[in-house]
Design a protein around this ligand. Sequence first.
Ligand code: PRX
Length: 704
Amino acid sequence: MAIGEELEVSEAQIAVHWREEEYIQPPPRFVGQANAHDPAILDRFREENFPECFREYADLLSWDRYWHTTLDSSEPPFWKWFVGGRLNACYNCVDRHLETRANQAALIWVPEPEGELTQTITYRELYRRVNEFAALLRDFCGLKAGDRITLHMPMVPELPVAMLACARLGVIHSEVFGGFSGAACGERIADSQSRFLVTIDGYYRNGDLVDHKVKADEAMARAASLGQEVDKVLVFRRHAGEYASATPMVEGRDVFVDDVIGEYRRAVVPPTSMPAEAPLFLMYTSGTTGRPKGAQHSTGGYLAYVAGTSKYYQDIHPDDTYWCMADIGWITGHSYIVYGPLALGTTTVLYEGVPTYPDPGRPWRIAERLGVTIFHTAPTSIRMLRKLGPDEPAKYDYRFKHMTTVGEPIEPDVWRWYHTSVGKGEAVIVDTWWQTETGGFLGSTLPGLQGMKPGSCGPAALGIYPVIFDEERKVVEPGSGKAGNICIRNPWPGIMQTIWGQPERFVEVYYRKYCNDLKSKDWHDWPYFAGDGALQAADGYFRILGRVDDVINVAGHRLGTKELESAAITVNEVAEAAAVPVIDAMRGKAVEMYISLKPGFKPSAELEAKVVKAIEVEIGKIARPTNVWIVSDMPKTRSGKIMRRVIAGISNFTDVGDITTLANPEVVEQIKHHVQSEKLSRGQLPRELSAQEEADIQAFGKAE
Ligand code: PRX
């Protein structure tokens, strides 16, 4: 579709105008060694071979008992994979590698302070640490298969050790991203009914030793207010024997792990053989209501899917040194730092701190020193590293064969810098599109077999059959130049099993919109609604625009507008709040809050600051809004619904769209004048948005 060519689109559709990029072929050096180099794999995963094609992924694992049914789809949309099979995830990630590579590094941990020693943890050492912690969980805490436990841990090796120890016992872990506030952690503790919290006193971030334990006390208070009592808080110490937090340990509740772990020295805990469908972990994510959604992932299906995609899409071989710079507190870290890479027996690198500390050469020094061969990060880090140190990669002698971008759309220009400068023109790139809910990749090129196209994630992943629907449930054809809602027609092993404790919400959020018949027992009637706007080029490659629901993706972190709004209205003076995304050159998007006040209160800078503080307390600093706009009234429909699309247009200096159906169209001009002149005076100048950015803003809230 050429720029300037007009497309006919209905109100439900989004027309997108951009130039298609040229293909870039994978380098022969990569293709020669790729796990997927034989095009026959594409045939094996064709739709007529579904669902048996996924045996190939499950066969990468060691099963205690082989399954009898690959897919049981008799109760849509609660799919069961590899039914009858039994396995243990920890055994698959640790024990089974001992025979051949006990002395190979499993984890390499790089602390943020450059003077501190890197820790190399071999598979043998990992086995020992996991067993000791599992013994502590079992004997000291009394935890058993099916119980939940919350982890609120930063990027330290104790986090994967704790996860694997849980997996060894069949205990369901729920790791909350370390940057989330204590209150957010407390809500997740209550939702998952965890009786134990694992945390750490402090960790390094941007040169500071952050007090983290203080959040545990806030989490306890919030959980208690929601009726959840916690028996014990297990506190690791960042520096053995020293306590980095200002808050006291609570007698009877708080325990230093290093005080008790000695009792379990050299303990061996047999891995519990779990049914394939037993939940492995919960990962909370933002949704359309304030209550967080605990995406529940299975043991067999999930592990098979992340092992398979790690092999073919991350191209992991056991002798690679693989570094994914994401945080384990997000799904990317669970699937592609811990479970996928360790299931394949490779060496996976963990870095504690921020990529640009103490300078933007840091990642490349780490890569050079450790001999990293595969590198994985998000567009927001790539943009930051390019801005602060465009010439840094050239100064270091590392050689990547493979690189990943994940989490947000990447601008073709940023992609090219990644390719040329970071990858030195020698590495293949995969742009992997997926979600917390999906366990693993949904869209990506198969790196040795399919050409790369900057800005497009590529075709669907093996065994994934997507379709794009418009709001009227009509199929949007490839090559039509129109975007719509991307759905996946079939179940796959990595898909979440349900939302923890909220099965109706699971059906409601992901399936109701495009389900042909809610009574149907045939999976063909149950496409999965991903909540993303996308369009498909004639060659089958997808370009993902961004969320069509009320989720805002800030630097790859999903924030729900409802969560932001609920946080804002905890401020007494606030009557109503609306959160909208603004395009941000570094973070992809940033948040702006619009609030109206209860009668009798006047706008002030203090009130704006109170709203920012409330958001930090309720969610965390990552959610801090760029601006808080206090307005006299929100633009609303006649039924009283706030039109976020209109204010999003104002904040982005783009078209506000049709406002004739509003109950109060006159406020639009007022708000526009106030906000835009204020932005100009704050130096937040409008810039011309790319076609993709404009389509992204247009898509926001489209499917609300
Ligand atoms: O909007 C899509 C965007 O991130 C959302 C999922 O976020 P989360 O559940 O936090 O998982 C992040 C790690 C997979 C999606 O709905 N997204 C993810 N990957 C891409 C992307 N947008 C464009 N391109 C991608 N490669």
